[in-house]
Design a protein around this ligand. Sequence first.
Ligand SMILES: CC(C)(COP(=O)(O)OP(=O)(O)OC[C@H]1O[C@@H](n2cnc3c(N)ncnc32)[C@H](O)[C@@H]1OP(=O)(O)O)[C@@H](O)C(=O)NCCC(=O)NCCS
Length: 176
Amino acid sequence: MLIELRASATREGRQTRGPSRIGPTVSEPLMIRGRPPRSTAVALLQAQGLPVSDITGEHLEHFFFVGSDGSPTGLVGLELYRADALLRSLVVAENARNKSLGSTLIDHAEQYAASKGVRSIYLLTTTAEAFFKRLGYERIERSNAPPSIERTREFAGLCPASSAFMSKRIYPIGEP
Ligand SMILES: CC(C)(COP(=O)(O)OP(=O)(O)OC[C@H]1O[C@@H](n2cnc3c(N)ncnc32)[C@H](O)[C@@H]1OP(=O)(O)O)[C@@H](O)C(=O)NCCC(=O)NCCS
């Protein structure tokens, strides 16, 4: 089933917590769709050298993308483990960058995770630590990873040991 949601690609007005973005506003509505075809996800990720070997149909249930099946412009994925989630596979096509698409996809993933009962999101990155820091993620020691995250293939081997391990606490909408 295809989930269709609308979001606005604005740099202000994030609904999840963390530092807000400063910059020009892109006002056109953005269609974020769920469950991309595997070929759609793989094409975007491979173009940036991001891991694809472990992506299964089960993973894609919690992936979101922008653009058409044949010409996607952005992608983000979550692996859900009850109150914890691994955020993975964030990518924006080179010709679509710097228009808040990456930040909007993270915002969307965070809201989706919150709606599923997730309280902490974790991620590994070799390339975008500063990007995630601006969105409220903090670098933490790998030894602080919960067992569910430690067991993921990204954590256990697909991402280099030198990757920054980061986390962010999220809150259900309406909770202080
Ligand atoms: C990281 C990425 C998703 C950002 O997408 P985007 O749509 O350009 O992001 P936004 O438009 O929301 O934000 C752009 C801002 O983030 C900054 N930014 C983008 N990539 C960054 C990075 N890797 N590190 C630090 N800052 C970064 C830009 O300089 C810009 O800053 P500004 O607002 O001060 O001008 C995109 O660059 C990308 O796909 N990179 C390759 C894959 C990758 O590194 N994925 C993340 C790790 S898994």
